[in-house]
Ligand binder design. Structure first.
Ligand code: SF4
Length: 426
């Protein structure tokens, strides 16, 4: 009988792309996919090992799924980093598989099961909605002092431009409306390629050769956002003016300790450049609170900064001390209580500020994709304002028309809330 496989994807959008690639491999190997965990014979858990909070979520998830008594395979960043710990904690897990063996997962599983699989499988991707991710590169050459990603994912490696165009066309043919480009650092795209392609070249080609409603780029490294990139976004009706700039801090001493390349002055100049070119640009960022030796004054600099330079969407993380990182052995580690208090303070301030930012969108007319029908007259839609998967606020549309999921409409924003917007059809 054909074995059924279900995958649980934890962590970031990059992990989600890995999950999709794993499923694509199963497609050729005779397993059936299911979204019903109870129905599955084999459960794959794709873990995130970035910070302790993510690792706890992974451990809880493994514990929960082991109760189902299925063949359980654990993959992902956590396995890459701490497979010995996981093996010790979860002896009942059937297989732990590292990145280097991803292409062999179905084979390894078949060996484990010791029985041939019948060939029948649908080719579903995890994202059956309106958007799909395109991983344009993997790994990272930066060495941020708090980050384990370069050790886990290796050196920055771009996917050749022609392969990306081919993949993007296939995604478009499957009916997805939005293409979301991801990498650990999207702005470094192409720097390692011989043909000198870069993010601007890639975006230009994607716009010319595909028909997406939106193309969105996540994870822009601030020092690498060029005027040329801003102009390409400004002059495009498809590449959305959504600037995802994970800043992490704005105090120059802390930025230097973090081994970030940007300074506060550069951040301000970039913010202003974007604002001048595209006044209605959406800004997203993340900050880390309680980095080793961060003083109250240095933390307050973030608060003062976001009051002046407002972000549409902002995430905050309490610094997580990671083994084998330069920051992990820095003196003057900040206590958990202080790190969390600062995070809370930052998010509370942003709550009020994002309400003000959102109010500036009231009256705006924009293109939107219908994502979900909530009831007879209420829909969730998404425009350039918000990235997929609820990482930003939502846009709630009231309409008496019957709208199909995936349809593209014009909306007018009618009301702002601290995180969400309300709209009607324009
Ligand atoms: S840019 Fe810094 S934080 Fe991002 S993956 Fe690379 S090392 Fe980590």
């Amino acid at each position: 009988m054909t074995k059924k496989v279900s995958i649980i994807s934890l962590g970031c959008s990059k992990a989600l792309v890995d999950s999709e690639q794993i499923l694509a491999l199963f497609k050729d190997s005779g397993f059936e996919l299911t979204n019903e965990d109870q129905d599955a014979d084999i459960i794959i858990i794709n873990t995130c090992g970035f910070i302790e909070l993510a690792r706890k979520e992974a451990r809880d998830t493994i514990t929960q799924y082991l109760k189902l008594n299925k063949v359980t395979i654990v993959v992902g960043c956590y396995v890459e980093k701490n497979d010995e710990e996981l093996k010790r904690l979860f002896p009942k897990v059937s297989l732990f598989i590292k990145f280097s063996d991803y292409d062999k997962i179905p084979m390894i599983l078949q060996d484990y099961l010791k029985e041939p699989q019948a060939l029948s499988l649908d080719n579903r991707l995890i994202n059956q909605g309106t958007f799909a991710y395109l991983r344009i590169a993997d790994g990272c050459n930066k060495r941020c002092a708090y980050c384990t990603i370069p050790d886990i994912r290796g050196k920055y490696t771009s996917v050749p431009i022609n392969d990306l165009i081919r993949q993007a066309k296939m995604i478009g043919d499957q009916g997805y409306q939005e293409l979301v480009l991801i990498a650990q650092d999207s702005t470094s795209y192409g720097l390692d390629l011989k043909d000198n392609g870069n993010l601007v070249t890639l975006l230009t080609k994607l716009e010319q050769e595909t028909n997406f409603t939106f193309i969105r780029i996540l994870y822009l490294y601030p020092t690498l956002v060029s005027q040329e990139l801003i102009d390409v976004i400004k002059n495009s009706s498809v590449i959305v003016p959504y600037f995802d700039l994970p800043l992490q801090h704005v105090n120059n001493r802390i930025l230097k300790l973090m081994r970030r390349y940007e300074t506060k002055e550069l951040i301000i100049s970039l913010y202003e450049k974007i604002k001048i070119a595209i006044p209605k640009a959406v800004f997203r960022t993340t900050f880390i609170t309680g980095f080793p030796s961060e003083t109250a004054e240095e933390f307050n600099e973030i608060l003062e900064f976001i009051k002046k330079y407002r972000f549409t969407h902002l995430g905050a993380f309490a610094y997580s001390k990671e083994a084998n990182t330069p920051a992990g052995i820095m003196p003057k580690q900040v206590t958990s209580a202080v790190k969390n208090k600062r995070r809370k303070e930052l998010l509370e301030l942003q709550y009020g500020l994002s309400y003000l930012v959102n109010q500036e969108f009231v009256g705006e007319v924009m293109t939107a994709i219908v994502e979900e029908r909530i009831d007879q007259t209420t829909y969730l839609v998404r425009s350039y304002f918000n990235a997929p998967e609820d990482i930003d606020g939502r846009i709630i549309l009231k309409s008496n028309d019957s709208l199909a999921v995936g349809s593209v409409i014009k909306i007018k924003i009618t009301k702002a809330h601290p995180y969400d917007l309300e709209a009607v059809k324009a």
